[in-house]
Write a protein that binds this ligand. Structure first.
Ligand code: G3P
Ligand code: MG
Length: 493
């Protein structure tokens, strides 16, 4: 019967016990004293036990650094290079935002037309008396991050709703102060997400003031016809891509339904099998891979994406001789590693974690770096697209299509919202309700230029006071008649 002896273990029985921090763990009771890189098992090294400690023959240090680009991780104002995309690639965005299908701008408080009318008349009288403030209103706008600023997943951050109500006209001038929502969130159609947000926030969110991470990626439909789209619940993401104009949209579950052996451990439900779009994938040539949203099945999604990346010219179940020559492009809709959710502990891992895994696995398999393109904040393309949306929204609200001089980005993530806003010349406000949980007065690597605030309402008020004056009042007072009282304000908050 085979037995293990000291020779097998490459251990010299006469040698002294290894020092703390070596990979014989029992001698390192308090693991805090172990140097970096050791993995300590607690216990008394001299106590006899029923185990033997076999020295590891491979390093305990993770291989990850060899497989990843530094640029993938955390660009900072201090040590970043040109872009999170390191390959000089350009990111197409639509020339103009989607056309207006407006409904909510005119009648934001539906069902009360007479009241609104009289309020509008009164507001316009008050605005006539505060021409300077009105001018300043028309020269400012906000860009709000969503997760960690206005909501946590599907839970409202109450200050978010209050801030938006004030900007929607509940202020001394009864005027709308423009804002757009600029989120790295993803996974639903813009229609579905704005509807959901309107319900959570209790204020209408219009399609024309809304950008999610994959919104600008609709431009890619002009370049690619047949795409694998990854992420999101069920098959919803197909709808998103089709709305953007992609012609042939497949998701990993379609391929899994066609060949269940492609993902050894995952099984589709009967409903999923029914909904899958099964074609003869041996005859399909994919043009690109678009990771739009968080993966719900890392194993299957990783496998199918890797299969396509190493395939010959986008044909699944083939293998290219040269992993680079005929590789199809892969795009990610954002680069965030963490996201704030309803979870009460630390922020949750998100698409960046999936991307880093793919990068490492691809390099481990092929020996070459995966070239990929990452949209979303803080990428320049996303901010340029935001400009388009903001200018159109200014026109919708104030009749003039122009960019204001004073834009305030309010975000919770220094590595996306703040770095992007800073690079783009916006004023940046960092809030403490999301990813940024440090006790420091500001983020050391990507400091917010306008400051750090406990929540979004405080940030908005500070910005409004700066632009419109300390005397600006954050409530509409319907009782005051501007003709007899001189202004439309309630008590200062
Ligand atoms: O990247 C994850 C996403 O949930 C972040 O959304 O609104 O904070 O940009 P947001
Ligand atoms: Mg956020």
């Amino acid at each position: 019967m085979a037995r293990i002896d000291d020779a097998d273990l490459a251990v010299d029985p006469s040698a002294p016990a290894p020092a703390a921090g070596s990979l014989s763990p029992r001698d390192t009771r308090p693991s805090v004293s172990a140097p970096r890189g050791s993995i300590a098992i607690p216990g008394d090294p001299n106590a006899p036990g029923n185990t033997i400690e076999v020295p590891a023959t491979r390093s305990s240090i993770s291989d990850a650094s060899a497989y990843m680009h530094n640029l993938s991780l955390s660009p900072s104002m201090r040590d970043r290079r040109g872009s999170r995309n390191s390959f000089g690639t350009s990111l197409p965005i639509p020339r103009s935002p989607r056309p207006s299908r407006l409904s909510t701008v005119v009648n934001q408080e539906g069902g009360r037309p007479n009241l609104l009318k009289s309020r509008e008349i009164m507001a316009s009288q008050i605005q006539d008396m505060h021409k300077d403030k009105v001018k300043a209103v028309k020269n400012m706008a906000f860009a709000f991050d969503i997760d960690g600023v206005l909501v946590h997943g599907s839970e409202l951050i109450p200050e978010g709703a209050e801030a938006l109500k004030m900007l929607n006209g509940d202020n001394m001038l009864g005027i709308r102060i423009p804002y757009i929502l600029l989120t790295n969130g993803s996974g639903k159609t813009e229609e579905a997400r704005t509807q959901q947000l309107s319900e959570i926030l209790g204020v209408p969110v219009d399609l024309d003031q809304f950008i999610q991470s994959h919104t600008p990626m609709q431009a890619l439909a002009e370049y690619y016809e047949t795409v694998l789209v990854v992420g999101g619940d069920g098959f919803t993401i197909r709808r998103v891509a089709e709305n953007y104009g992609f012609k042939n949209v497949f998701v990993p579950k379609d391929i899994q339904a066609w060949d269940p052996t492609i993902s050894p451990w995952s099984k589709l439900t009967p409903e999923e099998k029914k909904e899958a779009r099964i074609v003869d994938f041996d005859k399909i040539k994919f043009d690109a891979i678009l990771v739009f949203a968080d993966s719900r099945d890392f194993m299957t999604d990783t496998q199918v994406v890797i299969d396509l990346l190493i395939a010959e010219d986008g044909k699944i179940r083939t293998k290219a001789e040269d992993p680079v020559a005929s590789r199809i492009p892969i795009y990610f809709s954002n680069g965030d590693l963490l996201m704030p959710t309803e979870h009460k502990g630390t922020p949750r891992l998100t698409m960046g974690a999936f991307r880093i895994g793919l990068e490492a696995q691809y390099k481990a398999l092929t020996g070459v770096d995966l070239e990929r393109v990452v949209y979303g904040k803080p990428e320049l393309a996303t901010y340029k697209y935001a400009d388009e949306v903001m200018a159109s929204w200014m026109e919708e609200l104030h009749g003039e299509k122009r960019l204001p001089d004073n834009v305030y980005m309010i975000g919770d993530n220094p590595q996306s919202d703040i770095i992007g806003g800073n690079m783009y010349g916006w004023n940046t406000c960092l809030v403490r309700t999301g990813v940024f949980q440090s006790k420091e007065p500001n983020d050391p690597n990507n400091p917010a230029s306008f400051g750090v605030f406990p929540n979004v309402l405080e940030a908005v008020k500070a910005a409004v006071r700066k632009e419109l004056g300390d005397d600006f009042q954050f409530k509409w007072n319907p009782k005051i008649n501007p003709v007899t009282h001189g202004d439309g304000a309630s008590a200062v908050e």
